[in-house]
Design a binder for this molecule. Structure first.
Ligand SMILES: C[S@@+](CC[C@H](N)C(=O)[O-])C[C@H]1O[C@@H](n2cnc3c(N)ncnc32)[C@H](O)[C@@H]1O
Length: 202
């Protein structure tokens, strides 16, 4: 039996960038168009996409007139955004738990398919609260993934360090920081929820 290597997000996504990028439609299916519609009119809004990856949503937000900053630990994922958008988008390598922005910098912050890779949600949510303007919106999704997928690569089988977060625990962490929960929706497949979509307000 071959051994599975567990990689951190930076190593993992730098290696798996092609695998992730090719499956955009599949990732979309966890949202069923219910994410961006929650944000309302984003024209001229300052938006931070944390864990932006290859810019699946960042590129759409730019097209809708938003001023977007895309942040990610994986420089290889971020490189794809430049190729794809060819539009003005601020790209930054950085960590979700340590955002290098001044207090109250953004109107909206989004984080889709990110928290599955964060062990300590409080550190990230704390930072989001700090850099969000008063009355600003935070859209976060929580995939129902109890076990990280094992992915075959030329370098053997790998998985990316992942953590399961109970939906109630995510809401509780946000409320503890004084976020107001505006929406808490679930995307289902059959009887099971596959993705939790939360819109919170500072
Ligand atoms: C599953 S991808 C999601 C990409 C994009 N948000 C989307 O919805 O398609 C997760 C992304 O989060 C990034 N990431 C993981 N941990 C991170 C951290 N602590 N800080 C910043 N980015 C992180 C990964 O590098 C990866 O690009």
């Amino acid at each position: 039996m071959s051994k599975i290597r567990v990689l951190n997000s930076k190593q993992g996504y730098n290696l798996l960038v092609d695998y992730y990028h090719k499956k955009e439609k599949y990732w979309d299916s966890f949202e069923k168009d219910r994410v961006l519609s929650l944000l309302g009119d984003v024209n001229n809004k300052k938006i931070l996409d944390v864990g932006a990856g290859t810019g699946r949503l960042a590129s759409r937000l730019v097209k809708l007139g938003a001023e977007v900053t895309a942040l990610d630990v994986s420089e290889e994922m971020l490189k794809r955004i430049k190729i794809k958008t060819k539009t003005k988008i601020e790209i930054m390598v950085g960590e979700a738990e340590n955002l290098s922005f001044s207090d109250e910098s953004f109107d909206i912050i989004i984080a889709t398919f990110l928290i599955v890779h964060l062990k300590d949600l409080r550190r990230f949510f704390d930072e989001v609260y700090r850099v969000l303007k008063s009355g600003g919106l935070f859209l976060v999704t929580n995939i129902n993934q109890r076990k990280a997928p094992e992915i075959k690569t030329k370098e053997g089988i790998v998985e990316i360090e992942s953590y399961y977060h109970r939906p109630e625990a995510v809401v509780e962490e946000l409320e503890n920081l004084a976020f107001e929960i505006v929406e808490n929706k679930f995307v289902n497949e059959g009887e099971t929820w596959i993705n939790q979509i939360i819109l919170a307000k500072k």
